[in-house]
Design a protein around this ligand. Structure first.
Ligand code: SF4
Length: 340
């Protein structure tokens, strides 16, 4: 069996604050093979973005306390030197951030920034790097790339900046691409183009992709596996088919039933998961989802008293709930499936 390209083992990311320790990621474990896409899903504050920053080593120099292992191609990213890490960014791994301004330098043109990104990893003449940049800008849907390549980030609209940042992440054909809500600000046509580009990257270079999103529609489009996070922990982890056809956790059920559907009439309001995401300083005891869960009566024990283990409910399908798997399957079939 081949080793997964990325192996995250028991990752914890905690932030000490004056009010207490924020347990943003609390014991996360997952694997990702080359050529595969993992969708990480959850509401804001669930720990998904903090996880991606931890993989990229972007908590270094902050107050964050990290433990566990992040093995990329058998190298522990939590232990490599800053210099090694910098050398890996771009070609070995790249990230598309939610906020394009944070990833672009205001004083350099888009073309200068992308050309430099190429030249850090490749001995290539400026002219041919520029040709590659113009081609990539065109591929992410920036009109008139020959002209726009010489503009500064502030001359781009928000959507165009987002595309330029996607171009920057893709320009070195990274072996691991982490995309954090990459298409949220884009219209559906561009969104489809970007997802196509990612698939192309994967087909051509066998890249591994982590797609972080709250949008299950995007996950359905692109993921092979799905990991649902709640309160800094994984609550469900399965293949794509299981995630949509036999989801096994009450929180996942809530996400799925709140998903917009094209065949629903506009006046029919979406039902979000009722209640608020938990405080990561005072995480509710037991199952962190218990204050919002409407299925607690089926657990047979007090859900506030014990943290449920992440356990296999189907082959290669893990979930974290006190309700017996057979009962959950029954509840899904009777109460949730008819709403999907
Ligand atoms: Fe709901 Fe209890 Fe299962 Fe948590 S453990 S999801 S509170 S039933």
């Amino acid at each position: 069996m081949t080793e997964p390209f990325l192996r995250v083992k028991d990752l914890h990311v905690h932030f000490p604050t004056d009010d207490g320790v924020v347990k943003a990621v609390d014991g996360l474990t997952f694997d990702l093979e080359k050529g595969k896409t993992l969708g990480i899903v959850g509401e804001s504050g669930s720990g998904k973005s903090v996880t991606s920053l931890a993989i990229m080593g972007l908590h270094r120099g902050t107050r964050a306390q990290l433990s566990g292992e992040v093995l990329l191609d058998n190298q522990d990213l939590l232990k490599v030197s800053d210099e090694e890490l910098r050398g890996m960014r771009g070609r070995k791994m790249a990230m598309i951030f939610q906020d394009p301004l944070s990833a672009m330098h205001p004083y350099y043109t888009i073309g200068q920034q992308l050309t430099e990104a190429i030249q850090v990893h490749e001995k290539v003449a400026k002219a041919s790097a520029r040709t590659k940049v113009i081609d990539m800008l065109g591929r992410v849907g920036i009109p008139n790339p020959q002209r726009r390549v010489d503009q500064y980030p502030h001359e781009f609209s928000g959507g165009m900046r987002q595309r330029a940042m996607i171009a920057m992440a893709l320009i070195n054909d990274p072996e691991l691409l982490i995309a954090d809500e990459p298409t949220t600000a884009l219209d559906v046509t561009v969104q489809a183009q970007i997802l196509d580009l990612m698939r192309g990257l994967q087909d051509e270079f066998g890249s591994a992709i982590i797609m972080i999103t709250h949008d299950l529609g995007v996950v359905a489009e692109i993921a092979d596996d799905v990991l649902v996070m709640y309160g800094g922990k994984c609550v469900e982890y399965s293949g794509l088919d299981d995630a949509f056809h036999r989801p096994d956790h009450p929180y996942t059920w809530g996400l799925l039933t709140s998903m917009p559907r094209l065949d629903r009439v506009k006046s029919e309001r979406l039902v979000p998961v009722a209640g608020n995401p938990p405080s990561l300083i005072n995480v509710p005891p037991g199952c962190a989802f218990h204050p919002r869960c409407t299925f607690r009566e089926f657990a047979g024990i007090d859900c506030a008293a014990a943290v449920p283990e992440l356990a296999e409910s189907y082959p290669d399908h893990l979930s974290r709930c006190h309700i017996a798997p057979a009962k959950r399957a029954e509840l899904f079939t009777e109460q949730i499936a008819p709403k999907l």
